[in-house]
Structures are given as C-alpha cells and as structure tokens.
Design a protein around this ligand. Structure first.
Ligand code: ADP
Ligand code: MG
Length: 247
C-alpha cells in the first residue's frame, strides 16, 4: 500500500491534463482545437498560456473549468476527472473548485457590486454570503464601491469586482481568459500584480490566457500553444511551484 499512497500524494496536482485532444465539428468537418496536450500544475502556480488567436487557449480554459470535455484524454481538477462526474458533481466542482475571470468582466449590469460578488454564494445556498462577499471586496480594496452599479466603475475596478466574484468561494483554480485585454497598460500592471499576489498568498493556481508579454513575465510557468499543440513549456521544478522561473 505504501508506494501507492506516495504515488497518489505526488500526483495530487490542482490541474492535470493527460493526452487531451479536443475536436469541434464545423459543418460536419472536425476541427482539432487541442492535440495531445499533457500538462500538470500545482497549488499556487501562476501559468501564462500564450499563442496566436485560434491556437486553443480558450478551449483549454473551458476544459480546465469543466465547462466542456475532451474528445479523448482526461482532465482532472484537484484529482477529480471531469468527464466522469454526474451533472450534480460537475455543478459542485465548478462552484467549489473553479473561478473564472474574463476580458469583458461579465458583471451582471442590473446588480450592484456587492450583489454581483455574493451571487455565486447565494446560488450555492451558502451562509453569510453578504459578509463573505464584503470581506473579499475589502481584500481587493473595493469595499468602498459595494453599492455602486457596474456602469459606475472604471475598467480596472470592474475587473477587481470580477476577481472578487471569482474568488468569493475560495476556489483552488482561477481561470482567466485575457483578463487585461480591455485595460490600459498601467491598469493591466495593477491587475497582473494582483493575480501574482493571489497565487502566492492564497495558494491559488492561476491559468491565464494572454497575448501580453508583460503578463507572461509575471507568471511562474509559460505554456505556448500553436495549432492546439504545446510547443513550449517553461515550468519551475515541482518542489518550488511558486518560485519565479528563470526564462
Ligand atoms: P484561442 O482562445 O487561442 O483564440 P480557441 O480555443 O477559441 O482559441 O479556438 C481554437 C480553435 O477551435 C479555433 O480554430 C476555433 O475556431 C475553434 N473553435 C473554438 N470554439 C469552437 C466551437 N464552439 N465550435 C467550433 N470551433 C470552435
Ligand atoms: Mg480565446
């Protein structure tokens, strides 16, 4: 039993993809969005996913968030293979383990800041939703804006609220699809520094799709995709997942 237990401990990565292929059917023709992708990320690892538009970044994020499933191969979040879960299991996994942030923020326009942030907790029937949401906003220095509507915020402030909402249930995996794509350079730097802090201080694994060189330089790990394949992987040694890579 002992070697098996040790092996299991070693393999408890937050996100693991094994020989993942993803095909989409367009007009009856399969389009290969991901081809034989095998990757493994640990707690607190900040990963930049780079590559040209159409290379498969968003597809990979959707698979990692169990919003979609591989055509073949496996995706495991916190040791759980997503394609083996029931609908109820998938809902639980998405609500407990995963947070998403988006280029366009995707705040609900008719809800205030605090209502946007507490919504995932209310959907989950969690107790003390308001207090937890306020604590998250406070951590992000946005508690002074809790009564505002999204249209009353700047882009950087909207993304902070998006981050607060994504982290309100303390997920182990934060998925970010071009999170600085709609922000100016100075605001992007602030948001990237914040993501860096979240990975380091909260031990959250972050998988961030980005076009930005500056964004990727903040990460521990760089994954480059080209036509759905990993063509470059710069990753620190596994015993030091939060250390800065020397690339
Ligand atoms: P990226 O995020 O790097 O721009 P995507 O993951 O969105 O790339 O897309 C990868 C490839 O898969 C592209 O060729 C894209 O056209 C295709 N694709 C993505 N989503 C779908 C879909 N829902 N249906 C059909 N093809 C898709
Ligand atoms: Mg994309």
């Amino acid at each position: 039993m002992r070697p098996l237990q040790l092996r299991r401990h070693w393999s408890m990565s937050v996100l693991r993809l094994e020989h993942v292929h993803k095909n989409y059917m367009t007009e009856g023709i399969p389009v290969a969005a991901l081809q034989d992708v095998s990757l493994e990320f640990q707690a607190g690892e900040f990963v930049a996913l780079v590559g040209r538009s159409g290379c498969g970044k968003s597809t990979l994020l959707n698979l990692a968030g169990a919003m979609d499933f591989p055509t073949s191969g496996t995706v495991a979040v916190d040791g759980v293979v997503t394609s083996q879960l029931s609908d109820a299991g998938l809902t639980k996994l998405r609500r407990e383990k995963v947070g998403f942030i988006f280029q366009s923020f995707q705040l609900l326009p008719t809800l205030s800041v605090i209502e946007n942030v507490e919504l995932p907790l209310l959907l989950d029937g969690a107790a003390h939703a308001r207090e937890t949401a306020l604590a998250r906003l406070r951590w992000l220095e946005m508690d002074g804006y809790s009564g505002r509507m999204p249209y009353q915020l700047s882009g950087g402030q909207m993304q902070r609220v998006g981050i607060a909402r994504a982290l309100v249930h303390s997920p182990c995996l934060l998925l970010a699809d071009e999170p600085t794509g709609n922000l100016d350079n100075a605001t992007s730097e602030i948001i990237l520094a914040l993501l860096r802090t979240i990975a380091t201080e909260q031990n959250t694994t972050i998988l961030m799709a980005t076009h930005s060189v500056e964004a990727s330089s903040m990460a521990d790990t760089l994954v480059r995709l080209c036509d759905g394949r990993v063509t470059e992987l710069l990753q620190p040694v596994k015993s030091k997942p939060s250390s800065v890579a020397t690339y």
